[in-house]
Design a protein around this ligand. Structure first.
Ligand code: AMP
Ligand code: ZN
Length: 483
């Protein structure tokens, strides 16, 4: 579009890098599978949204008019993938004796708080599943005759009615995860529910009337319907975590094929979206990522331990989105230090207006940056190019500010909106207020200046006892850290 290098993205459908060719000239339409709001998101989930955010920022940076939709799943996501489990929302609402709507609202707000703390841009639209139930029924009606069959438990999609089912997963679908507890009467093990009837004698908090009886939509249906409705088939890019490559997205694709075929648009390759992109997982050895484990890794836990949320964003940017990323507290601490080094420089530039054009000394660094992000979002290399700009000598402040601003518009580290003091967050384990810590540090400085080392040592001990470790001579100018 612009004179930026050609954007190349890895398409999970073809398992290849492909030049990005928008469906509509000058536009990019992106759909991201969003959270199921039955619990707090863990930081692995947030990696998926940081990835989608970077993708959107790169598309904007390259000059495309971006329309990004993220959905909120508040119905239909079962506790297992074989259509035999319970709706996650219904279960938690019962356990907490609250209405599903209260639960959904609470966890949606919590998710949005994390989105904002991680400097993830607002999409054009958040689409909420329960607001689309009439459209889901309409969609299902269009595909029902040719692609679905009814059982006592609901309406099922017959995967043998579309060509090449499961090509995204590249797996023998009969052996796919979650296919073990197949519902009795299914024609194929991989068939999935489009509509789940409420069993006779039961009532659910969330149920609607449909041509197949009272009940609720299957989970996969919502993403087909909302993406098609809001972005139009075919749209450009569909994203999600790599687990969705196995079941959820193949099922969405099957529905999209069926729907497009019914409307006379069938081509075997019509999958709804042209490009399907998947971020790899954040992994954590001790199992704290699981939402079912008591104290799992939420962003708030990182904050409680004194880490600024943008340190986690930095940690994600350091890895390629298609690589597994192992979480460790040491890794997070290193990412925080790296961010702080950047902010020490940008804080000094914050009041300088950005200059015009690109300074010749910075041009090669900007080129490295542009090439890196255009090559399937190589943020790791982009970060080093940014650091080269930050370290560049004999370049005026305005010129630096301009190039850093351009780079940060893509990386989203909020380098000009964050100050050094913002990065030092008081962890919960630290019992003292910031002002008290400053006061003791000040008294200790005076004691040292007076060569009263006994007092100085005593004050250090006093801080240590309350969770504060003094850092003398820290190259980054940090005076203390959580002990
Ligand atoms: P969920 O709320 O469970 O539907 O998941 C929300 C998003 O997070 C989906 O795109 C998942 O694929 C993704 N996801 C789940 N676990 C992880 C993880 N450990 N690392 C990265 N992404 C994940
Ligand atoms: Zn989805």
């Amino acid at each position: 579009m612009t004179d930026a290098p050609r954007l190349v993205l890895f398409n999970s459908l073809t398992r290849q890098l492909e030049p990005f060719e928008p469906v509509h000239t000058g536009e990019a339409r992106v759909y991201t599978c969003g959270p199921t709001v039955y619990n707090y998101p863990h930081i692995g989930n947030m990696r998926a949204y940081i990835f989608a955010d970077v993708l959107g920022r790169v598309l904007t940076h390259q000059g495309y008019a971006l329309t990004h939709v993220i959905n909120i799943t508040d119905v239909g996501h079962l506790t297992d993938d074989a259509d035999t489990g319970e709706d996650k929302m219904e279960r938690i609402a019962r356990a907490q004796a609250q209405s599903i709507w209260e639960i959904a609202d609470h966890y949606t707000q919590a998710y949005w708080a994390d989105i904002s703390a991680l400097n993830i841009r607002q999409p054009a639209q958040w689409s909420v599943a329960t607001k689309y139930v009439p459209q889901m029924i309409e969609f299902a009606q269009k595909i029902a005759d040719r692609h679905c069959y009814e059982l006592d438990s609901g309406l099922y999609f017959d995967v043998s009615t579309v060509s090449d089912y499961g090509r995204l997963a590249r797996a023998v679908t009969d052996e796919g995860e979650g296919r073990i507890e197949a519902v009795a009467g299914k024609r194929n093990a991989a068939d999935f529910a489009i509509w789940r009837k409420t069993p006779p004698g039961e009532t659910r908090q969330m149920e609607w009337d449909s041509p197949w009886g009272r009940g609720a939509p299957g989970w996969h249906l919502e993403c087909s319907v909302m993406s098609g409705d809001l972005l139009g088939f075919p749209f450009d890019i569909h994203t999600g975590g790599i687990d969705h490559r196995e079941i959820h997205h193949p099922n969405e694709i099957a529905q999209n094929q069926a729907f497009c075929c019914t409307n006379g648009l069938d081509t075997p390759a019509n999958s709804g979206a042209k490009v399907w992109m998947h971020n790899n997982f954040l992994v954590e050895r001790s199992g704290k990522m699981s939402k079912s484990s008591g104290e799992f890794l939420r962003l708030q836990l990182l904050i409680d331990k004194g880490f600024h949320p943008l340190a986690y964003r930095m940690m994600c940017l350091q890895a390629h989105y298609r690589s597994e990323l192992e979480f460790s507290w040491e890794g997070l601490a290193a990412a925080l230090v790296r961010l702080k080094r950047m902010i020490i420089v940008t804080e000094r530039l914050a009041d300088t207006p950005p200059g015009e054009g690109v300074h010749p000394k910075l041009a090669p660094m900007l080129e490295t940056f542009e090439t890196a992000i255009a090559e399937d979002l190589n943020t790791a290399v982009a970060l080093t190019a940014l650091e080269d700009v930050l370290a560049a000598k004999k370049v005026d402040a305005g010129a630096k500010r301009a190039v850093i601003g351009r780079m940060d518009a893509v990386l989203g580290l909020d380098l000009f909106g964050t100050r050094r003091v913002d990065l030092r967050m008081r962890p919960k384990s630290v019992l003292l207020e910031e002002a008290e810590i400053e006061d003791i540090l000040q008294r200790r400085k005076q004691a040292r200046a007076d060569k009263d080392f006994a007092t100085s040592d005593a004050l250090r001990e006093q801080l240590a006892a309350q969770g504060v470790e003094v850092m003398d001579g820290d190259p980054l100018g940090w005076e203390w850290k959580p002990g």
